[in-house]
Design a binder for this molecule. Structure first.
Ligand SMILES: *[C@@H]1O[C@H](CO)[C@@H](O)[C@H](O)[C@H]1NC(C)=O
Length: 251
């Protein structure tokens, strides 16, 4: 009988090494009919983006999930085809309609740091299937399908959360560090690259080898690099395998 200790260790390693699989986005359960090929936990504001890009039609079906800054606040996500910040963003905003608790989605062509009105403005990417619902933990989930431009392969995107709504319009959001850094690049073409490898823990033993950098680039099939690979930190796949062994041991 295997002791339970390795299982716990394996689970711990799995959680440490596989933030994407263990992260919020992978566990999101959407209503029937809403499924997305890719999900990405966004680096700021606890938000995530779920999406499917149909390259033959240039359509992006997406769900953006984030908690508003306060319970009667708003969440927003947008593509910025002309810049990397808020100005120029073609945004979708989910908020409660005035005098109602139902969530609605509005579109805004954001021209700069100017107050938004209560009415949608036209955006560069025709948006259909606009909808929003309440997720777990006070989160709002914003859905849409955007008609992108032919040939788009990667596009800047931005997201934001706010704490209040006045007259059906999202009020100004906070300008904290995370609010200002909530932007990234969305890679549409092909499979999105796996999130950058988890930083390997600094090797504690056997790290003195002057050729460890070169050795780590050698294909795993080269037997003599095995010890160097071990010294450079166990690979994520190896830990994942270990974790799976742990799961199997439990069954
Ligand atoms: C968005 O606003 C900019 C600046 O006013 C304007 O040039 C652009 O045509 C607008 N886009 C749409 C789709 O209306």
């Amino acid at each position: 009988m295997a002791s339970t200790m390795p299982l716990h260790l394996a689970l711990l390693l799995y959680l440490l090494v596989s933030p994407a699989a263990a992260g919020a986005c992978a566990g999101e359960k959407f209503p029937a009919g809403k499924t997305y090929e890719t999900c990405e936990d966004l680096p700021k504001l606890g938000a995530s983006l779920h999406w499917t890009y149909d390259a033959s039609k240039n359509t992006l079906s997406m769900a953006f999930v984030a908690a508003p800054a306060a319970s009667n606040g708003w969440v927003a996500w947008g593509l910025n085809p002309t810049g990397e910040g808020m100005a120029g963003a073609q945004a979708l905003v989910a908020l409660k309609g005035s005098g109602s608790s139902a969530l609605t989605v509005k579109t805004y062509n954001i021209t700069g740091y100017v107050p938004l009105g209560g009415a949608s403005t036209p955006i560069a990417f025709p948006a259909t299937d606009l909808a929003a619902d309440a997720g777990s933990g006070g989160k709002i989930r914003l859905y849409s399908k955007l008609q992108l431009h032919k040939g788009m392969k990667a596009v800047n995107h931005v997201w934001q959360v706010g704490s209040s709504v006045t007259g059906g319009a999202p009020d100004k959001h906070a300008f904290g560090a995370d609010n200002l850094a909530s932007k990234s690049k969305l890679v549409l073409a092909g499979k999105a690259p796996a999130s950058s490898p988890a930083p390997a823990p600094a090797p504690e033993a056997g790290s003195g080898g002057s050729d460890s950098g070169a050795a780590s680039q050698v294909a795993p099939s080269a037997g003599k690099s095995a010890s160097a690979a071990a010294a450079a930190g166990v690979s994520a796949p190896a830990l994942l395998a270990l974790a799976l062994v742990g799961f199997l041991a439990m069954v």
